[in-house]
Every structure is written in C-alpha cells, then in structure tokens.
Design a protein around this ligand. Structure first.
Ligand code: GLA
Ligand code: ZN
Length: 680
C-alpha cells in the first residue's frame, strides 16, 4: 500500500492550529512575536480566517484583505503553511440588520436575534448570496498563494432552522423521498394512528416544540432533512471553491458523533475528513485510560469515513477548554500523549484551538499555545514545543494508514431512531456508550477497529460487531448476510433489526429482513429491567455474568446456545447464541451482559478471523499504521504508572526506554517503532 500524504508539499506531520491575527492588528509587535513563537513550537501550519467576516467586510461591499495576505506571506516565508477558512461561521451585524431573513428560526417558530455564531438559515438565498460574494473576493486575493494548502469550509456546521423557507424545503424533500405520493408517506409513518394522515405534502410541518413531535417517522426524516439541507449548503460553498481553486482540497471540521448531522453524508463531499477533539480529561467518573479509549473510538469514526486517506485532528485544546462543566487542566505529559494518539489512530495532523489566547469575550479563558503571559516560558508552551520536536521525528508516518480488519457498525439514523423510540427506558438505552464498550474491549486486545456504517462495504473486514442495530437501513441485512457467508465473524446484540428505515416494525419476528435466519434466533420479547434489577447468565464453561437493563427472550431456531439466563421466568432459556455458516459465524448476545464476560467470545472471533491480538497491560493502547512496506507501531501509556510491554521490536523512533525487547513507558508516555512488514 502506497503512502498517500494529504499534503504532498509538506511531507511531514502538520502541527498547528487556529490563529486569529485579526484580533491583534493594532499590535504589530505581537504579530511578529507570534511567528517567532510558532517556529519555536515547531508549528508548520496555521488555520486563518475562521470568523473573520467583519474584518474582511466591515461594511457591506467594503473589503479589507491586505492584512490577511500579509500574514500569509509572513507565515510562508517562515515555513508555515495556511489552511484558510471560509468566514461563513458567523455574520457581521450589518448583514443581519439589513437581511434579517438570514437569521435562524428556533423550534418554536420564533426568529432569532443577531449574535453568537451559526445562527443562520442554510436555505436563505440572501445569506448564500452574501457568502458567495465574500468567498469570491477572498479567493481572488489568495488564489495561487504558495502557502495555501487547504480550504476549511465554515466552522463546525450544526443546529437546525424552522423558518418558513426551511419548512417548504422539508416538504419538497419529503415529496421527493416518497415519490410525490402522500399515501406512501402516510403508510410509512403509520399515520392512521391518532388520525395523523396528511392530505398533501404542504400540510407537513417540522417537529416544532409546540407541534407534532409524536411521529417517529417524521422526527427521523427531519433529522435526515437537516443533514441533507446542511450538506446542500456545504456543497454550494465547495462548488464555488472548486471552480476557483480546483487544486486546493477542502474539508470541514466535525465534532465527534455530533447528534444533529449524519457526518457520513457530508464526508462524501470532502477531500479529507477533519475533526475537533475535546475530551474531558481527568474527570471524576472514569479512569484516564477510559477517556482516552473513548477518544480513540472517535478517531476510528473519522478514519472510517475515508479509509484511503489519513484524517486530520483540526482542533484540540492546549491546556484546557472554557466551555465544559468543569474546565480542568490537562496534566503534564497529556498534551504529548494525546497528540501521539491522534497519529496512532490515523491522523496526519495535530492542531489546536488556538495559537494565542484572546484578551476578551467568550473564549478569553480557553487554552492556547501562547497564554496571556505571552512567553515561551510556560508549561503549555514547552509541552507544545516538545511535541513539535517529536512530530518532526515522525515525518515518515505522514500518508500511512491504519488498516483495520475489524469494524464496528454505527449509524447516525439508528442513533436517532433508538433515542426516539417509545419503549424500553429513556434512561438506559445508551446506544453510544454501548458502542464504546465493544470498541474498548477490542482495543484492549490490541485490535484496531474502524467505525463504519451498516451498509458500508465490508470486504476489507473479517470481524464485525453491530451493537443494538435497531434500525436496518436498506441493504444492511444483505450486507451482513454476505459478510458471514464469505467467512466473516459477526456479532449482534439485543435490539437488532426491529424497524425499517422509516421506523416501521418488521413482521414475522425480530431480527427482521432475514437476519433471524442468519443468527438462527427470533427475539420474542424484550424485558426492561429497573436500575436495581439484575439477572444472571451462565456460559457453557460454567462462568457467570450479570445482566442489567435489557434481556431478550429468544426462540432458538437453529443455533448453538452459549449461555442461558439463570433467573426469573425465563431462566434456563438461551441468552447468547452462535450460528455457524461454514467458516463464518453469527453470534447473538440477547442481553446487556457485563462486557468483560464476552472476552472469550471476542477472542474466539478474532482467532477465527485470523486477526492477531496482543497481551497489553490495562491502560496501554496499541495501534499500527502501514505504508510502502513499512509498519509503524504505537504504544501509548494511558495510565499514571509506568508500564512494561514485552516483545517489542523495530527501530525506536522516539528513543524510548528498552531492555532487550521489553519497552518501559513512563506515566503518559508514548513510543513509536518502525519495521519492515513481514509480508511485503
Ligand atoms: C470549537 C470551535 C472553535 C472554538 C473551540 C473551543 O471547536 O470550532 O472555534 O470555539 O470550539 O473549544
Ligand atoms: Zn431556515
């Protein structure tokens, strides 16, 4: 597999972040100092212009780009590249004053006032027209600039708009989706219930807070519409940029599993996926390594959206953030470790929000590489500079890829459908934490997993877990059947295959769409337990484990029983099963069983899938990237104690402590080794 660096001009790992010189134009001394400090911190890239509209265009039609070009020139002359944002993330006051229809309408149907950011209607023609003008003017200034390597579209797209224009677009979207046939929509949404039948598409309203919120099909389509509309808007910006600067790739910065948008739809329009990571480090509800494991999951989501190219860590906080419930400092060493984790998981960049702390307003206390103190002599600056030095030693990693053989299936619309279903308990559905727990178990076995969609191509994978796949997208069931048929190891859980993509229940037994044949079981009932309730399961080897929250009562048609319930009226009935199909296997875990008790099954699945596992101390994370016959192995010590790992070899890129083949990692230390791939 060939190395494919995202930015061939750099041939190194990008180290940088958001830089807002427009806040300091009256301080040339500071702007000069910034360049010096960037170089000292090993920064080779700055993200400019994220919210610069009111400086670019202080009055309608009056433009000022001289400062930007001068800064880009200075940066470039000092070896620092520019990622340039389009300024559409926040609008100047004159725009909202003159064109109030550009502002968003909330879920009660009330128009917002000017302010904050991301307060614009994506459907608004006047907003789009103003954006197009500013993008064209901006591009004229920077086109062909040797420092410009990437367009950053707007910033962290999000939110919804309930204005009349968006309502109309929603109706048009629905009409298209249901072939202009209102009866089709009525059937798909089961609208005869509570007399919900519509006569025409133009009667349908978005789910206003004081309106129709009880229709699962409508709620789900509204979420899909919001993604579609946002994506149409994003495509509009991308279209302008591609026509003017076709050689410059585009991205937009995502936010983990952001609730409001199905990022997979948007990722298709981008050249590279990028995201902003702000874990709650050192919190009081989990261990530090659990926080890191969850962040690795988020990296795997980003990686899974474009598997043939590295992704970017576009933002992260040097030191601390200012918007979490408790804004705790990252402890010494975590900065380095967190940056290394991004690389380990397939990122080609480590970037921050932000380079220099502003003096005022909303983010004045948000961490930055350069603090209000203004010097290089701070803990954060020194840690950033130390990471910068290590990233230089790892330049050869740029363009290599994580090649996971295992995947976890996660769908945004499944997340929406589970949350909105009326049933079970609203307090314990926990779809995302359950996905985390499965991912984590494989990570602890040293197995890299991509997080992908249920209808994604599975040909590269030999092991797939699909927790709580409640809603089956079209093609998902066939995808899983084909996977097992060609020898894949599949595991699904309770709450699989209850509804189709419009949230209509399958008839004839869950899991639907032929999956009950694949697993050899039918789920007849699902028991929702109170928080203090417990059941137990007993595995064939006699080991026992607790069940909480959910337990399905299964009818086994044609499967081997691996565990039975021990208590209640369904005691001694199957709780975990497997149906083998030649080399392939379909495991069904019918209850929320302590995840640790499934390790035996996970190990067997990995073995049958031909995936090598590793014995790692708890809290040590392992990943592998590959390119051009080289293999890069990462070990991260996500604990406060030093850890020893045996059987490590290869060239030691960071000069980590070795005794023979035993690696010793101090608290929060990371190590990287390169070796020739055996099979190359
Ligand atoms: C987001 C935004 C940035 C900044 C940071 C603060 O990621 O994109 O502009 O507000 O949060 O953490
Ligand atoms: Zn709108």
């Amino acid at each position: 597999m060939e190395r494919k660096p995202v930015f061939p001009q750099l041939a190194e790992i990008i180290h940088g972040g958001d830089y807002n010189p427009e806040q300091w134009l009256d301080r040339p001394d500071i702007l000069e100092e910034d360049i010096r400090l960037m170089k000292e911190a090993g920064i080779n890239c700055a993200t400019l212009g994220v919210f610069s509209w009111s400086v670019y265009e202080p009055e309608e039609g009056e433009y000022h780009f001289e400062w930007l070009v001068q800064i880009m020139d200075n940066l470039y002359q000092n070896g620092i590249y520019t990622i340039l944002a389009t300024p559409s993330g926040a609008r100047p006051a004159w725009l909202d004053e003159k064109y109030p229809e550009a502002m968003r309408v909330d879920e009660y149907g009330v128009r917002n006032h000017h302010g904050f950011r991301h307060n614009h209607c994506m459907s608004s023609p006047v907003y789009q027209q103003k954006v197009e003008t500013i993008i064209r003017k901006l591009t004229e200034q920077v086109k062909g600039h040797p420092g410009l390597i990437l367009w950053h579209i707007s910033n962290e797209f999000g939110g919804e708009c309930y204005c009349p224009l968006c309502r109309e677009r929603f109706q048009g979207y629905l009409s298209e989706r249901f072939d202009g046939d209102i009866h089709k929509l009525n059937h798909a949404w089961w609208n005869t219930f509570w007399s919900h039948n519509y006569n025409r598409f133009d009667q349908i309203e978005p789910p206003y807070s004081n309106g129709e919120r009880s229709n699962m099909g409508l709620n789900l389509e509204w979420k899909r519409f919001t993604t579609w509309n946002m994506n149409e808007y994003m495509k509009f910006e991308i279209g302008i940029l591609r026509s003017l600067t076709p050689e410059i790739p585009v991205t937009t910065n995502f936010m983990q599993l952001y609730w409001g948008l199905d990022y997979r739809v948007m990722a298709k329009e981008l050249d590279v996926v990028s995201w902003d990571a702000y874990p709650r480090f050192h919190n009081d509800r989990e261990t530090f390594y659990e926080t890191m494991e969850q962040n690795a999951f988020d990296h795997a989501v980003m990686r899974g959206m474009k598997r043939n190219t590295p992704f970017m860590l576009m933002e992260s906080a040097p030191g601390l953030v200012n918007w979490q419930e408790y804004n705790k400092l990252k402890r010494p060493g975590v900065h380095q470790l967190f940056g290394m984790q991004a690389l380990a998981c397939g990122s080609d960049t480590v970037q921050y929000f932000q380079f220099r702390k502003g003096r005022g307003s909303f983010e004045q206390y948000h961490g930055a590489v350069v603090d209000h103190l203004g010097t290089n002599d701070t803990r954060i600056f020194k840690e950033t500079a130390a990471l910068g030095q290590n990233l230089k030693k790892l330049s050869q990693i740029a363009g290599s890829l994580v090649r996971a053989k295992a995947a976890l299936l996660f769908d945004w619309d499944n997340m929406w459908a589970i949350a909105d279903m009326k049933g079970l308990s609203d307090y314990t559905k926990n779809y995302v934490p359950v996905c985390h727990s499965f991912y984590r178990e494989f990570l602890r076995m040293g197995v890299d997993m991509d997080v992908i969609a249920s209808d994604d191509d599975l040909t590269e994978y030999d092991l797939v877990v699909a927790p709580m796949l409640y809603m089956l997208r079209p093609g998902a069931a066939g995808n899983l059947q084909a996977f097992v048929k060609r020898g894949g190891q599949l595991l699904a859980t309770y709450l699989t295959g209850y509804v189709d993509e419009t949230t209509l229940c399958f008839l004839g037994g869950f899991p639907g769409e032929g999956l009950s044949e694949l697993f050899g079981v039918v789920s007849e009932e699902i028991d929702t337990l109170y928080p203090a309730d417990r059941n137990m399961v007993r595995f064939s080897d006699g080991s026992r484990a607790q069940v909480k929250d959910y337990a399905e009562i299964l009818r086994v048609k044609d499967a081997e029983c691996l565990a039975v319930y021990e208590e209640d009226f369904y005691r001694e009935t199957p709780a975990v099963t497997v149906r083998r199909h030649g080399k392939g296997a379909a495991y069904y875990v019918g209850a929320r069983i302590e995840i640790e008790s499934l390790r035996g099954i996970f190990g067997r699945m990995a073995e049958d899938a031909g995936i090598t596992t590793k014995k790692l101390p708890l809290g040590v994370e392992y990943h592998k990237r590959e390119a051009d016959g080289q293999c890069y192995e990462f070990y991260l010590n996500n604990t406060e104690e030093s850890q020893e790992i045996a059987g490590v070899d290869g060239e030691n890129l960071l000069g980590s402590r070795m005794a023979g083949e035993t690696l010793t990692l101090g608290r929060y230390e990371a190590a990287v080794f390169v070796s020739r791939q055996a099979d190359y």
